[in-house]
Structures are given as structure tokens and as C-alpha cells.
Design a protein around this ligand. Structure first.
Ligand code: CS2
Length: 476
């Protein structure tokens, strides 16, 4: 496939107004596409300097082709290619942190956006506080001028802007975290207060942190995607990204230095994102994680294969109707029942090969906002939700590292080491894992109804297996 000519930018690079951390598949399928269309529709100097903290992959893929790449929309009725232009430069922070800080200090940059995944925030998922034991946080607090973490870069760049008497910028979190704007604001201010209280006050007055709800199912790009695009389009584009057609972006309209006209590309600007965000995290990401753990254990490679098994489709439906929707407020303009029906249609699309293993990654960072908050809300109403407790048990079984035929699972999780130690020494895996205070809030871990429901589900998983456990749950 490398014999094909490489995709190349045709024309000039855009002038930049955004620095974006996390130039992976989701950013390319989502933020950059919205920005591309906003620039086409309404203009503006909103080109993007994309930054990866350590990995050189995005830089090596994108720079040889002038920053452009192909967004490939796959549906059962066909494929659409679009060349996406806003990425003007790609930097690797670990190679040259000062180049990244220089870019972020330039007053032409009005927005610093983030798709760094849950673990990129260096926080404790159960409390939302900065993890002061995180090696990058320890490093950045000691060397605030040459940071390694995204939070460290934001604080350091804002300190430089304050010193230079430049305006602040908008920090736009686009990760699947609850109240992501408020969360990143608290983390930035907590970090800033430790190094300089006056800087923290300046940030409060000069930066903004709008919350966002982001949604587009985007599997990691595979060699097969690159090859297929090569056949279809006749060029080589290792930076391409394939994704579903659906997309939804709900954003709090609170930008200190302006923004692209993303509404011309379909983004919804609202005064509060909360209800949308909780709906999406609990309905979509919650059932995604359910299918990831239980589906992987049952031997399914992708989400569409998994929901083609009617037991797993019913699992989603029962979770939505009995355990998730009753905890939600209906967001303005949405119908929760129709929203969930739409999710099942999206999951069923076989052209989007989303691996259960990919979604299962980093579960310790995902479980609180996807599953545990919903369980807590149910418990508060006196109901112990059996399906969600089965999902927690599924996660515990999965991170034990062995599938149902005894094969090793490649568990990827920032807490993997700690989890392994806990499991190895324990006679009671469930109780041992419930002591992980980074994941389980104290009150939940102490609930005897929750403990019993998870322990019973875990025993069923071990004795019956995941598919039979799901079958038993849906028939109750
Ligand atoms: C998925 C999400 O990998 C995961 O954890 O649940 O990436 C999901 O596909 C997106 O949030 C959809 O918008």
C-alpha cells in the first residue's frame, strides 16, 4: 500500500487559533471535523496546533502530508471520504516542551482543547481531586516551567500569559468525564494554588472552562482501514480515521476569546450541559462498558458482534429501561427512550468495528461516571440494580486477567499493577477490589447490599460464564 502516492495538502495551511492536546482518532473524527466545517462555513483563523504529550505517532503520520488526513464515514449504505484541513502543525511535548508553551502563550491562540482520555487528567476518579502522587504531577509541581502533564502545560502557559500581560484562553475539555469543564477548572486551580495563589486568582478571572458533551463512535485506526482507503481513494494516508456517521456536540457557550462557528456544523450551544452529559455517559458509555467486559468474556470481539447476540441486546435494553433512565433528567430536546433505541441501532452497525477490548481499557478511570454513579442513585431510592452490579462484577473478572478458557487478557489500565497485587493476595476478590478507593467511593464500598449483589454476580460469572449470567439476568 505504501506504493500509492501519499495524501498531501493542497494549498496553504490555516492560521492557528487553537492548541489541542490529544491528536488521536477521536479528535480527528470529531473536533477537527467540526472545526473544518466551521471554517468552511464561516471562516476565521481557527487552525489547530495539535500536541501529543509523548507519542510521536500523530506527528509522524500527519506532518509528512502537511497536516491533512481523511475522515472516512462508514455506514451500511456506503462510505464518504472528506479531507480535513485545520491541523497546521503537530508537536510532541516530551521532545520540546518549550515549543508547546511558546505556542500556547501566543495571543493568537484563544482555545486550548483536550481529548486526552480519562487518565490524562491525573486526577482521582472517585473524588475528582488532583492525584498528588501521580509522577507527572509530582514532576510538574517541582518543575512548573517545563511540564509533562496537560494540566501542568495549561497552568504554565497561563502563568506566561499573565506575565506577558496577554489575555487568558478557554480550556475546552472534550473527554467523557462528568462536568468535564468544572473538573478541569478545579484541577487547574488546585495545581495553580499550590505554586502561586495569585496566579490561581488570575486564572479564575481570565480563563474559562466550558463543559461539553461529545459523541461519535470512533474505533482506533487499523492497518485494514488504511489499506481499504488506499483501494477506495488511490492514495496512502496513515493518518486516516474511520467512524460512524452520527455525531453530537453539546457545548456550554462560555468562551473568553471567541470560538469557531461550530454551530454551523451542527454543534448545540446551551447554558448547561449537565443533563446531556449524564444521559450520554450513563446510557452510551455505561452500556459500552457493560458490553466491553461481559461481551469480551463471552468471546465477542466487537460491539456489533456482541449485540447481534439477542441476550446482549436485551441486556442493554433492560439496563436502560430499569436501571439507567430512571436516574436521569430528560435533557431539553431529547427523548430518553428514543435516544436509547438510537444507541442500539448505532451499536448494531457492522461497518464500525469497535473492539470490546478497546472499550475495556482504563476501566478504573471509567467505571465511576459510567456505572457507579448510576448504582448510587438507584441505591438511594432503595433499589439494588442487578444489571449494573453484574457489570461491576464483569469488570472485576476481566481485570483478573484470564478469560473463560483460561487464556491471558491483555489488561490495560493505569491501576493494573495495584489491581494485580490486590487480586493476587486476596481470598475474596470482590471485597479486596472494593477497597480501591480511587474507584469506589467509600459510601458505595460500605453498602452491604451492593457488596452482596456484586459478590453474587461475580460467583455466577465464575461458575456459569458471562453469556449464561447475562441470559439469567434478562429473564428475571
Ligand atoms: C467508548 C467511547 O472507548 C470507550 O470507552 O465508550 O470512546 C465511546 O465510543 C464514545 O464516547 C462515543 O462517543
Amino acid at each position: 500500500m505504501r506504493n500509492r502516492p501519499r495524501l498531501k495538502r493542497d494549498g496553504a495551511k490555516p492560521k492557528t487559533g487553537i492548541v489541542h492536546f490529544g491528536p488521536g482518532a477521536f479528535f480527528r473524527a470529531f473536533n477537527a471535523v467540526y472545526t473544518h466545517e466551521a471554517i468552511e462555513n464561516a471562516g476565521g483563523d481557527w487552525g489547530i496546533i495539535a500536541v501529543s504529550l509523548r507519542s510521536t505517532a500523530a506527528r509522524d503520520q500527519l506532518l509528512p502530508q502537511g497536516g491533512v488526513y481523511t475522515s472516512v464515514t462508514r455506514t451500511q449504505s456506503g462510505t464518504k471520504h472528506e479531507i480535513i484541513g485545520p491541523i497546521a502543525d503537530v508537536k510532541v511535548a516530551a521532545e520540546d516542551p518549550f515549543a508547546v508553551l511558546d505556542a500556547m502563550t501566543d495571543p493568537s491562540v484563544k482555545i486550548v482543547s483536550l481529548t486526552i482520555t480519562e487518565k490524562g487528567y491525573c486526577h482521582e476518579p472517585a473524588t475528582g481531586r488532583l492525584n498528588l502522587d501521580h509522577p507527572d504531577v509530582i514532576h510538574d509541581l517541582a518543575h512548573a516551567d517545563s511540564p509533562q502533564s496537560a494540566i501542568g502545560f495549561i497552568v504554565s502557559a497561563l502563568a506566561r500569559r499573565r506575565k506577558a500581560d496577554f489575555p487568558g484562553f478557554t480550556v475546552l475539555s472534550c473527554d467523557n468525564l462528568p462536568s468535564n469543564g468544572q473538573l478541569v477548572r478545579e484541577l487547574v486551580l488546585e495545581f495553580a494554588r499550590i505554586i502561586d495563589g495569585q496566579l490561581a486568582e488570575w486564572i479564575e478571572q481570565n480563563a474559562s472552562f466550558p463543559a461539553t458533551m461529545v459523541d461519535r463512535i470512533t474505533p482506533a485506526t487499523t492497518d485494514q482501514d488504511i489499506e481499504t482507503l488506499g483501494f477506495e481513494a488511490g492514495y496512502y494516508d496513515p493518518a486516516c480515521v474511520a467512524h460512524e456517521a452520527f455525531r453530537q456536540w453539546v457545548i456550554e457557550d462560555n468562551f473568553v476569546g471567541g470560538r469557531p462557528a461550530w454551530e454551523t456544523a451542527g454543534a448545540q450551544f446551551v447554558t448547561s450541559v449537565g443533563a446531556h452529559e449524564t444521559m450520554k455517559l450513563r446510557c452510551l458509555n455505561g452500556t459500552h462498558s457493560a458490553l466491553a467486559y461481559l461481551g469480551y468474556l463471552a468471546g465477542y470481539e466487537t460491539i456489533s458482534e456482541c449485540v447481534a447476540d439477542r441476550h446482549f441486546a436485551s441486556l442493554c435494553e433492560k439496563l436502560w429501561h430499569n436501571e439507567i433512565i430512571p436516574t436521569l433528567q430528560q435533557p431539553h430536546g431529547e427523548d430518553l427512550g428514543a435516544y436509547c433505541d438510537g444507541l442500539l441501532q448505532r451499536y448494531r452497525d457492522p461497518t464500525v468495528r469497535h473492539r470490546t477490548w478497546q472499550i475495556a481499557m482504563d476501566g478504573s478511570q471509567k467505571l465511576p461516571q459510567r456505572i457507579l454513579g448510576t448504582i448510587t442513585d438507584n441505591l438511594a431510592k432503595g433499589f439494588v440494580p442487578p444489571g449494573l452490579c453484574l457489570v461491576v462484577a464483569g469488570w472485576m473478572r476481566y481485570i483478573g486477567g484470564h478469560d473463560e478458557s483460561g487464556g491471558a487478557i491483555d489488561v490495560r489500565d493505569p491501576l493494573a499493577g495495584r489491581i494485580k497485587d490486590i487480586c493476587e493476595g486476596a481470598s475474596d476478590t470482590v471485597n479486596a477490589l472494593l477497597t480501591l478507593e480511587e474507584v469506589f467511593p467509600q459510601e458505595l464500598a460500605d453498602s452491604s447490599e451492593f457488596q452482596h449483589a456484586v459478590a453474587a454476580a461475580y460467583r455466577r460469572l465464575v461458575t456459569l460464564g458471562a453469556r449464561a449470567s447475562v441470559a439469567e439476568f434478562i429473564k428475571d
